[in-house]
Design a protein. Structure first.
Length: 302
């Protein structure tokens, strides 16, 4: 069913409620408790209950919300992340060969999505509702950590992004059919990255594993000075060593393959959320049961 044709316009409060359905808070409540009071409240605040039968499952409600948020002008950051998940991570690669990082801290910035396969590629989302004020600072930070950098933007931002972004930064467009088109290819430049910036973006244990993979001996020192010692060793790596090590180690430490069974049991609209929000394996069954609950029962969660 095409829900967006049945809703001519949404008030700002309604749109916010629809977007929050895909928040980590809703997903975590469902996974931990098998129900979500937040989902029930947001469902009532949204305009979607009039379009669905009370006998339909919660998964249908998420699908309806997703369809609304795909409309140009309404597109939320989650829609862009879902497009990258399905078109790149699961479309060009797989959970067997690649991993995905969400809100990955780089300096004072947080990268929206990074995908690791043979190289490390970061994607900065600029939706219709976003400003480009921080873009230059964000790109400068990302180019120190990731060999390939893309901006995936709405139509109203494309020309400005092409002007603002360095020539090695790629530009992608999410069109009205939810397909990603390439306006400019990103160059793969691992030699441009900074070992110091990479070290500051990863976990201490990941840095230790990268050093060991390059045959660097890590001395046994107290935890209070371990980070400092590792950093002194790490910055001696060249850019290619540091970047390649980051890709290989983080593909293991941030591996998403254990989520493959869960993702297969969820509707397309929720698959990206399941890959972005850390959930305990013990909670997977409760989440699946929650999204299969009839709406009339789910509304009582509140």
């Amino acid at each position: 069913m095409t829900y967006n044709k049945k809703i001519s316009d949404l008030a700002s409060g309604q749109l916010a409620a629809v977007a929050r359905l895909f928040s980590s808070g809703v997903l975590r409540e469902m996974a931990r408790r098998g129900q979500s009071a937040l989902f029930a409240r947001l469902a009532v605040q949204s305009p979607l209950l009039n379009l669905l039968s009370a006998s339909e499952p919660v998964s249908s409600f998420f699908d309806a919300a997703f369809s609304i948020l795909k409309r140009e002008g309404y597109r939320h950051e989650y829609i862009y992340k879902a497009a990258l998940t399905h078109n790149v991570l699961l479309g060009q690669h797989s959970l067997h060969t690649a991993s995905m990082l969400n809100e990955f801290r780089v300096g004072e910035c947080k990268a929206d999505i990074a995908i690791l396969n043979g190289t490390a590629t970061v994607y900065e989302v600029k939706s219709e509702r976003d400003s480009l004020k921080r873009l230059e600072r964000q790109l400068a930070a990302y180019r120190q950590v990731f060999a390939k950098v893309y901006v995936i933007a709405a139509e109203n931002h494309i020309e400005a992004v092409l002007r603002m972004a360095p020539a090695d930064v790629g530009v992608l467009h999410l069109n009205s059919r939810h397909h990603i088109s390439k306006k400019r290819e990103a160059l793969d430049r691992p030699e441009r990255t900074s070992p110091a910036a990479i070290f500051d973006s990863i976990r201490t244990e990941e840095a230790r594993l990268i050093l060991l993979s390059h045959g660097v001996s890590v001395p046994a020192v107290p935890n209070t000075v371990l980070n400092s010692v590792l950093r002194q060793l790490f910055v001696k790596l060249d850019a290619l060593q540091a970047h390649h090590g980051m890709v290989q180690v983080l593909k293991r430490t941030r591996n998403l393959l254990p989520l493959s069974d869960l993702v297969a049991q969820l509707p397309d609209s929720l698959q990206t959320a399941a890959l972005l929000v850390p959930l305990r394996k013990a909670d997977h069954t409760r989440l699946v049961a929650a999204v299969n609950t009839r709406l009339e029962e789910a509304l009582k969660w509140g």
